[in-house]
Design a protein around this ligand. Structure first.
Ligand SMILES: C[S@@+](CC[C@H](N)C(=O)[O-])C[C@H]1O[C@@H](n2cnc3c(N)ncnc32)[C@H](O)[C@@H]1O
Length: 276
């Protein structure tokens, strides 16, 4: 399981749902509570997890544009959304869904966000993104925020990894592996030198500098022994190996983390930002 495959995104979705910061989500819901309709654009939409996570917080009539550069993820999004909805019908433009009291129009768009951060439809009311900003660069974040601010558009950005890792019971190599993982996460992920562990804080500072009022907080995964925990430590070890960490020691760390970890915490930050 690797990269941003539909299998990985499906595996992480329940942990993401449990982790999102309640205050941030509540502030977003309150902001749009008086609206009957909302147009949302989700950046780096993957298999549509943001829509499934946010739909119940938002008004009864919703139009979503899901943007991703990976057509396989967007095809998987439509299939997953059909399965999630109470009723679904496909048409040339995408999908119409009924989910509880929500009626939701969904369209997808294959696009490279690195080239064009501001790619939302003209009358968008809310831009969302989950698990995207830590892939991007400081320069890209500045461009995105400038475009959002020009349209006074609110942003809900969740699960920006801050690379805070802690695990019990401890292992002597934990600090070295965590440092190697952070180093790997700061490599270019297609958006220029990655903001990595600093992305969440940098996004928040940039939004504040552009006049946004923020509700922000932590949204860590707290994982007990599970397939997700094992896949996560395997991903951390693979990233650490690419930085040149000694392979026998790393293999011993991975063995310990796979079989003896009782709890793994992986840090993220969430923010809802709006201009009053
Ligand atoms: C960690 S996944 C998160 C997916 C989804 N938001 C979620 O929470 O499950 C990051 C997503 O960003 C997409 N992505 C990465 N680089 C991109 C780019 N340059 N343009 C558009 N999408 C990109 C990936 O294809 C992937 O679907």
């Amino acid at each position: 399981m690797s990269g941003f495959s539909p299998a990985w995104l499906t595996l992480r979705e329940p942990a993401d749902r449990a982790a999102r910061n309640r205050d941030v989500m509540a502030r977003c819901a309150l902001t749009f509570a008086a609206r009957a309709r909302l147009k949302v654009c989700d950046l780096g939409a993957g298999t549509g997890a943001s829509l499934r996570a946010f739909a119940d917080l938002l008004p009864g009539e919703q139009e979503w544009t899901l943007i991703d550069h990976d057509p396989e993820n967007l095809a998987a999004a439509l299939t997953a959304l059909e399965a999630w909805a109470d009723e679904a019908s496909r048409h040339d433009a995408g999908l119409t869904l009924q989910h509880g009291l929500r009626r939701i129009e969904v369209r997808t768009e294959v696009r490279d966000l690195a080239k064009t951060p501001a790619c939302w439809p003209a009358d968008t009311d809310l831009v969302t993104a989950s698990a995207l900003f830590d892939l991007t660069s400081a320069a890209w974040i500045k461009r995105l925020v400038a475009s959002l601010a020009a349209g006074r558009l609110p942003l809900l950005a969740t699960l920006t990894a801050d690379e805070k890792l802690s695990a019990t019971p401890p292992h002597p190599l934990d600090k070295k592996v965590a440092a190697a993982f952070r180093q790997h996460q700061s490599r270019d992920k297609g958006f220029g030198p990655s903001a990595g562990a600093d992305a969440g804080r940098f996004l928040e500072q940039t939004l504040e500098g552009a006049g946004y009022v923020l509700t922000a907080g932590e949204s860590p995964w707290v994982l007990e022994p599970s397939e997700l925990l094992r896949a996560t430590v395997e991903g951390i070890a693979a990233a650490a190996a690419e930085t040149g960490l000694e392979s026998d020691a790393l293999a011993e760390w991975l063995e310990h983390r796979r079989h003896a970890t009782e709890r793994l915490t992986v840090g993220h930050r969430d923010v809802f930002a709006r201009i009053l």
